[in-house]
Write a protein that binds this ligand. Structure first.
Ligand SMILES: [Zn+2]
Length: 162
C-alpha cells in the first residue's frame, strides 16, 4: 500500500515531484507533522505577541493590533491570511523556514489588521516594523516550495522511508 505525498507546498506541484510511501511511513510522517504543527503554533503565537508589543510601542497612529483568533493551518498555496473579522491564519510549514521568514509573514499579516490591502500605506507599515523585509519576501518566493516536512527531514539527513 502506498500513498502519494506531494513534496511541494504549492498547488502547482510538478508531476514528478512525488514520493511514494508505505502505510507505516505515512503514519510516521503524520505523527511528525503533528509535532511540527504544535511547534509552529507555539512559535508563531510567540512572534505575534512579540510584534504586537513592538507595534504598540511605535509612535505611529491608527495602528490596529487586535485580532480575534489565531489559527495554524496547512494551506496549500498561502503562507498566511488575515480576515476582515481579524482572524489570523498561518501555514504551519513556516516552521521549516529561516526565523526571519516566519517573522516576515507574521508582520505581513499583522499589518493587514490596519490595512486590508497591499497599498503603499500597507508596505510602508511593513517596512517600518521590519525594514529588511524584502529579503525574506524574496526568499519565500524563491524557496517557498522547499518548505515541507519531507524536504525538511531530507535536508537534516532523516530518512522518510523505513
Ligand atoms: Zn497580504
Amino acid at each position: 500500500m502506498s500513498t502519494a505525498y506531494p513534496t511541494s507546498s504549492t498547488a502547482c506541484c510538478p508531476a514528478g515531484n512525488i514520493i511514494y510511501l508505505t502505510e507505516a511511513e505515512t503514519k510516521r510522517l503524520k505523527v511528525l507533522e503533528r509535532r511540527y504543527r504544535e511547534k509552529a503554533r507555539l512559535q508563531i503565537t510567540a512572534r505575534v505577541q512579540f510584534y504586537i508589543a513592538q507595534m504598540k510601542q511605535s509612535p505611529l497612529e491608527g495602528i490596529c493590533t487586535s485580532y480575534s483568533t489565531l489559527s495554524i493551518r496547512d494551506q496549500k498555496s498561502r503562507w498566511g491570511s488575515c480576515s476582515s473579522r481579524g482572524t489570523l491564519s498561518f501555514n504551519y510549514r513556516l516552521i521549516f523556514a529561516p526565523p526571519g521568514v516566519l517573522d516576515y509573514v507574521v508582520v505581513h499579516e499583522l499589518c493587514h489588521l490596519t490595512h486590508m490591502n497591499h497599498s503603499k500605506d500597507f508596505w510602508h507599515l511593513v517596512a517600518y516594523i521590519m525594514p529588511e523585509y524584502k529579503q525574506y519576501k524574496n526568499w519565500l518566493r524563491d524557496h517557498g516550495q522547499e518548505l515541507n516536512l519531507p524536504e525538511y527531514l531530507r535536508r537534516h539527513g532523516i530518512d522518510i522511508t523505513l
